[in-house]
Design a protein around this ligand. Structure first.
Ligand SMILES: Nc1ncnc2c1ncn2[C@@H]1O[C@H](COP(=O)(O)OP(=O)(O)OP(=O)(O)O)[C@@H](O)[C@H]1O
Ligand SMILES: [Mg+2]
Length: 265
């Protein structure tokens, strides 16, 4: 958990979504999504396949227009100020943008050049250090493990120091060790003040990382809060010990699932 603010502290949200709807043809995907993400926090958007997580990220990233509602990043409206929004975030999608022929360092320098940074080499070295890739920096990315590659991908997206980062399923397909490495990188990011909006299908990822968690279901946010607030939604199992509080998975299934998940079974 990072940078938790007290409930009385009211900061301007880094990301604000209000009443956003989106349909593809006559199939509604988002039916009025509302959410706010505090600066420097980690916000996890959970949802089943096809719930609309990527669609919402694409709207925030100005890659897709909402049918209705408003969304802003760092106070800039995605519809009226897409240019300012694009300066405010970076996006790491599920498929890494890493060029395997290049070394890790070359990948970073390349992005730095594309962004017209005055000293891309220094920025590359800083990022390699930040993501524990200094030793591997001179090796071709093709030789990297999945976790190293994903860390490099996140590092590449941070060139230019965007205040907000969207991570769409940052650990899908990674083994547990690689996942832990990426989690640490995400925690470090938030600790340094970056606002993180991530989507995930791994409930333990949300439990591990997120300051706040929202569940997107049938086009709406059906629940949003801290893990403790979500846990309080389901009664703890009657005859069991405190350790047997409902897991996020049980809460998720109780809200979303078709299976008969009940706390305490
Ligand atoms: N460009 C498009 N044209 C038509 N339908 C689309 C388009 N993009 C997304 N959809 C549909 O919108 C719904 C939501 O898709 P989206 O990719 O946002 O879901 P998701 O929550 O990211 O799912 P996943 O967990 O599988 O990544 C799906 O039914 C998908 O088929
Ligand atoms: Mg998706």
């Amino acid at each position: 958990m990072s940078n938790e603010t007290t409930p009385t502290e009211r900061q301007e949200p880094a990301i604000r979504v209000a009443g956003v709807t989106k349909a593809f043809g006559d199939v509604p995907v988002l039916r009025g999504v509302d959410l706010e993400v505090a600066p420097g926090s980690i916000f996890a958007l959970l949802g089943s396949n096809g719930a609309g997580k990527t669609t919402l990220i694409r709207i925030l990233a100005t890659l897709l227009k909402a049918d209705a509602g408003t969304a802003s990043v760092q106070g800039h409206d995605v519809a009226t100020r897409p240019d300012r929004v694009r300066e405010s975030f970076s996006l790491t999608g599920q498929f890494a943008a890493v060029d395997e022929i290049l070394t890790g360092r070359e990948n970073l320098v390349l992005v730095g050049r594309l962004r017209h940074l005055p000293d891309p080499g220094r920025v590359a070295d800083d990022l390699l250090a930040r993501f524990s890739l200094t030793d591997a920096g001179g090796r071709r990315a093709a030789t990297y493990s999945g976790g190293m590659r994903r860390r490099l991908d996140i590092a590449m997206s941070l060139i230019g120091d965007p205040p907000v980062i969207f991570l769409d399923e940052p650990t899908t397909g990674l083994d547990p060790q690689a996942r832990i490495e990426v989690w640490q990188a995400v925690r470090d990011l938030a600790a340094s003040g970056t606002t993180v909006l991530l989507t995930t299908q791994y409930l333990e990822e949300a439990e591990e990382l997120a300051d706040r968690i929202a569940i997107l279901h049938e086009g709406r946010i059906v629940v949003e809060g801290t893990l403790a607030e979500l846990t309080a939604l389901l009664p703890p199992a009657k005859v069991e010990y405190v350790e047997k509080q409902p897991t996020l998975e049980e809460i998720f299934l109780a809200l979303v699932g078709t299976t008969t998940a009940t706390a305490g079974n």
